[in-house]
Design a protein. Structure first.
Length: 155
């Protein structure tokens, strides 16, 4: 029994991005959305661009308006996320709040992202068939942590 459980765990780990980013659901639930967004963050935090990019549709759009950053298609997003090379310094993504409208299939997240610089921001995403079809982020470069950044409006 132990051997079967170990083989199953190894298989699920190896296919993790496929298991965690299903593309067969027409309607994502709030739980599906949270798992999807956490998988993107986990991929970045692990330096695994493929895991993060596989959470996007083949023709996804990733942008920071007004076209400060613009990437179209999963391959372009994968390349932007670092491709086969782990980024240096490593990426670090932390979600502070996530919310999702199951009816509209639109979700939001407040985050802190750090690599060469630290950014605090908000992203709006459109989910289609369990994957991210559109990603639109607004972010601010900041030298202070999330608690200081949110100050008196923190919740």
């Amino acid at each position: 029994m132990h051997r079967v459980a170990t083989v199953l765990l190894v298989t699920l780990t190896a296919l993790g991005y496929q298991v965690l980013c299903p593309n067969s659901k027409e309607q994502a639930s709030t739980q599906d959305f949270v798992l999807l967004m956490e998988t993107v963050a986990d991929g970045w935090n692990e330096g695994n661009a493929r895991r993060a990019a596989n959470c996007f549709t083949e023709d996804a759009v990733y942008m920071e308006p007004p076209d400060r950053q613009f990437y179209k298609g999963r391959q372009a997003i994968y390349d932007f996320f670092g491709g086969p090379t782990k980024p240096s310094p490593p990426m670090h993504m932390k979600w502070h709040h996530l919310a999702f409208s199951e009816q509209e299939q639109i979700g939001y997240g407040e985050y802190t992202f750090q690599m060469n610089q630290r950014y605090h921001g908000v992203v709006t995403v459109l989910v289609q068939n369990g994957k991210i079809a559109k990603w639109r982020e607004y972010q601010y470069k900041s030298d202070i942590d999330w608690e200081a950044f949110t100050g008196k409006s923190r919740f």
